[in-house]
Write a protein that binds this ligand. Structure first.
Ligand SMILES: O=C1C[C@@](O)(C(=O)O)C[C@@H](O)[C@@H]1O
Length: 865
């Protein structure tokens, strides 16, 4: 099926919300008794696939697999093969009609389903996303899928039971629920991945709307629909790329260097792993957003009592719960995940008819199945089983771990042999620990690290896996902080919930602060520099982030109408970087030694960073930026993060119905530094038709010339010509002009026109001709001005939305933290506490009339993203 034509039916299928009648259940097989122990690794798989291998989605009705299939097909540029549509194509009628027809009986229906499964899979081995129907729970379909999973990702889509029940209008006491749960169990054992489709206010709004209207296209064009599915879309695209071993496209788009979280923790120094115990979050009482503290990865730890203790063998209910919390952590904290099952805790275990080793192996598989970036394996685990797991690990990285309590401590030769085993396995990272009995144990680690560094690899091409070695217990804290990678930390919200070993971990804030207190790193000074900076919200936003991450830095504003005044500030050896604002974003380039490729392309800079090391012919300027040590500055490097903020906001609010296509049009208002960043962002987002409107037409023309040249170069440079749209940047000369004929109405509008007066120049007080806002699916309107917060343009778009047009108005206070988050990461090299930074902007915003925004508590603005 053509993905492009699918949009109206895939997101909210008309009729999907009908009560689940006996009729359409005739195709479901009778339930088998529940298995006592779930075999999540039943599918023998390598989890390594050809890059174009088709992706299969299975799951019960109402789990959202069709919407996800649509999203994946669009994002990866693949065909969508959907079982309901295929059924209709094959039989000439819908399932319900087929079953209503007296000529057909359940046996014939099953036969159709069986043939359908066979043909869908066999005819679409590559370049497709296949959404299966009920045939996936029949034994024949199950066998087909298991075999298919040897070469393809087969993703089991799981959704909250309550949601599915409401959605299918199944009465609370109906036995249908247990049938559906049984189907979930079956899907689990014929699939090799699992995606928990989290409740998303937007998704439900959209789907319910579709149900009420019984007209899917109406649903899509309603204002409520406009804000739907974005989070699900982001989650699923990230998941699919991860399991296909592809880099996350959204991070790639934004340039991995800017997004600290996209640089793998092994490639950075001073990275932190926040330990979260499953038992602490299983009941859902902890607001997971609270856990965001600038940690680089989240380590989800489980022990036998979490899994087995409550009379649950490794069963489907438990796996669903874990799957849900795993997905929630991922969405809310948005960091890579470490999946860690504590093997020794299974010592006295009798899980159904499985051994301790088998259960552990099942759980390791579960980690890769959920798409964890890292899975911890115990270095004492049986070799053959471990190898079996490694064959199926796909793109998941392995952390080999051992906790030992030998009386010889770190000097015990067994410890070194563990490291050597980890090298042979081979593990990507090795983590060794013991309990600290005295301070001597912390010193002994250094001796051990020295001997470990002498270890030999069998393959001289391979470097030794990084070693994290520390002592646990209060005495061991110093040793934890002497590591530079994945330092284990806790969080105050977790610490209060736990009385034993987690209390011995330092919080991220304490651990980071320790590296500064000990003089390993230096406190630095940052600022915003520009002609009108006193209103800047950047100091509040950055200082809050420093505090949360344990960075003893400072942030101030400098106001001057003379760029030379920057010299005095940046000559301070403890100066760490500056945000540059109006009117210097272009002018500052002349004092910089080097520019990031993006700043170069945009022709404007909003972030400058110090280069402290002397110039070298082998190391690039960008790599010589010193982010955590003070000292004389030899030169300055310029970057631009405004385009990152714009890209993030557009992507966050663009509904799947408005996903960028070969005819999409966008409109940029203005021709200054911000407009440059906006055009660049749209080029990077692959928008084919970009229009500029600016009061002074010749400035708009100059921008169009610059970016048309760039679009050609960019297209050539990325080599992605096959999937990239031809891009054109055009100028609309007058507000009196009709929207250019031959072009679709814009679905992305970015206003880069200051909404307040600057010096003698009065504010533009701009609104748009209604004839330019006729897109039937609405679109995203991004206002970059935030003084005043409600600009005339923003009000115009809000009115349109109120009158029934699905436009999403995005105010300037949403863009501000996004560029700030990127600047924070560039300036400090640390992962930003994003929700906190967004919340601080809202908290500190004071309107022209001296009023604060209404916020209930600090975190309430997290609704911004
Ligand atoms: O958009 C902004 C915000 C800012 O102007 C400030 O107020 O700190 C600083 C600029 O660098 C940035 O581009």
């Amino acid at each position: 099926m053509d993905v492009g034509n699918h949009s109206s039916r895939s997101i909210s299928r008309a009729g999907l919300g009908r009560p689940l009648s006996a009729l359409n259940l005739r195709g479901l097989s009778t339930p088998e008794p529940a298995r006592p122990v779930l075999k999540v690794s039943s599918v023998e798989t390598t989890r390594t696939f050809a890059p174009n291998a088709s992706i299969v989605l299975v799951g019960i009705r109402g789990c959202g697999k069709t919407s996800l299939g649509y999203i994946a097909a669009r994002a990866l540029g693949r065909r969508l093969i959907e079982a309901d549509d295929e059924f209709e194509r094959k039989t000439g009628c819908s399932r319900a009609q087929f079953l209503k027809d007296r000529k057909n009986n359940a046996e014939q229906y099953r036969l159709q389903e069986r043939q359908l499964m066979e043909s869908m899979l066999a005819n679409n081995e590559t370049d497709a996303v296949i959404v299966c129907g009920v045939g996936s729970i029949e034994s024949h379909g199950q066998a087909l899928l298991r075999e298919y999973a040897l070469r393809h990702p087969v993703i089991h889509v799981v959704r909250e039971t309550e949601f599915v029940r409401d959605w299918l209008r199944i009465p609370k006491d109906s036995s249908l629920m247990s049938r559906l749960e049984d189907s979930d169990r079956k899907h689990r054992i014929c699939s090799n991945f699992e995606f928990y489709n989290l409740f998303d206010g937007g998704v439900n709004a959209c789907e319910i709307e579709g149900r009420v209207s019984k007209d899917a296209s109406l649903g899509q064009r309603s204002p409520r629909y406009a804000g739907t599915l974005q989070r699900t879309q982001q989650d699923f695209i990230r998941f699919v790329n991860l399991i296909m071993g592809l880099p996350d496209p959204s991070l790639q788009e934004l340039n991995a260097k800017i997004i600290a979280a996209a640089v793998s923790p092994e490639d950075k120094v001073y990275t932190y792993a926040l330990a979260v115990e499953f038992s602490q979050i299983a009941d859902g009482s902890l607001d997971l957003i609270e856990l965001e503290c600038g940690a680089d990865v989240i380590e989800l730890r489980m022990c036998a009592s979490d899994i087995i203790g409550q009379s649950l063998a490794v069963d489907s209910t438990w796996v669903t719960k874990l799957s849900q919390q795993f997905a929630a952590l991922r969405r809310k904290v948005a960091a890579p995940m470490i999946f860690n099952v504590n093997w020794p805790s299974f010592e006295s275990l009798k899980a159904g008819n499985m051994s301790k080793d088998e259960t552990y192996l099942e759980l390791l598989h579960l980690g890769t199945r959920l798409g964890a970036e890292y899975v911890v394996v115990d270095l004492n685990f049986d070799d053959s089983r471990l190898q079996q797991f490694l064959r199926a690990k796909g793109s998941t990285k392995i952390i080999g771990e051992s906790f030992d309590d030998s009386p010889l401590g770190w000097d015990d030769p067994v410890r070194l042999s563990k490291y050597q085993r980890a090298i042979r396995i081979p593990c990507d990272i090795v983590r060794l620990s013991q309990f600290a009995k005295s301070d001597e144990d912390n010193i002994a680690i250094r001796r051990f690290q020295k001997s470990a560094a002498q270890a030999k690899t069998e393959n001289p091409q391979r470097s030794l896996p990084p070693l994290i070695a520390y002592n646990v217990g209060r005495l061991g804290r110093a040793s934890m902080c002497s590591n530079t990678m994945l330092i284990p930390v806790t969080h105050p919200a977790i610490r209060v919930r736990k009385t034993n070993d987690y209390n011995d971990l330092l919080t991220m804030q304490e651990a980071s602060k320790m590296t500064y207190d000990l003089g390993i790193l230096d406190p630095l000074k940052f600022c915003t520099f520009g002609a009108s900076t006193l209103y800047s919200l950047s100091p509040a936003m950055h200082k809050a982030a420093y505090d949360a991450c344990g960075l003893p830095h400072d942030y101030d504003v400098f106001q001057s109408s003379n760029l030379h005044d920057l010299d005095g500030i940046i000559s301070d050896p403890s100066f760490g970087g500056a945000a540059i604002t109006l009117p210097f974003k272009t002018e500052v380039i002349k004092v910089l030694k080097s520019l990031s490729p993006e700043a170069q392309a945009i022709g404007a800079v909003n972030t400058i960073l110090p280069i402290r090391e002397p110039a070298s012919s082998t190391v690039s300027d960008e790599r010589r930026i010193q982010r955590s040590r003070a000292g004389p500055v030899t030169a300055w490097h310029g970057a631009n993060t405004d385009w990152v903020g714009i890209t993030t906001c557009v992507k966050r609010h663009l509904s799947p119905a408005n996903m960028i296509r070969p005819r999409t049009a966008a409109l940029v208002l203005g021709a200054g530094g911000m407009a440059r960043a906006a055009i660049y962002a749209l080029i990077r987002l692959d928008v084919p038709n970009i229009f500029i409107y600016n009061r002074t037409v010749k400035h708009a023309d100059a921008l169009a010339t610059h970016f048309n040249e760039l679009a050609v170069r960019y297209r050539g440079a990325t080599g992605r010509t096959s999937c990239r749209n031809e891009q054109r940047i055009m100028v609309i000369a007058s507000m009196h002009d009709l929207w250019p004929t031959g072009f679709e109405q814009p679905t992305i509008v970015v206003s880069c026109v200051p909404a307040h007066s600057i010096g003698t120049v009065p504010s533009a007080n701009l609104t748009l001709p209604l004839g330019w806002l006729q897109s039937v699916n609405g679109g995203v309107f991004l206002e970059l001005a935030y003084k005043p917060r409600k600009t005339p343009l923003l009000s115009q778009i809000e009115h349109l939305r109120e009158s029934g047009r699905p436009w999403v108005p995005v105010h300037g206070l949403e863009h501000l933290p996004e560029q700030g988050i990127a600047s924070f990461q560039l300036m400090t090299g640390r992962t930003a506490p994003r929700h906190l930074m967004r919340a601080e902007v809202v908290r500190h915003y004071v309107s022209e009339t001296g009023q604060h925004l209404q916020v209930d508590g600090q975190r309430s603005s997290s609704s911004l993203g």
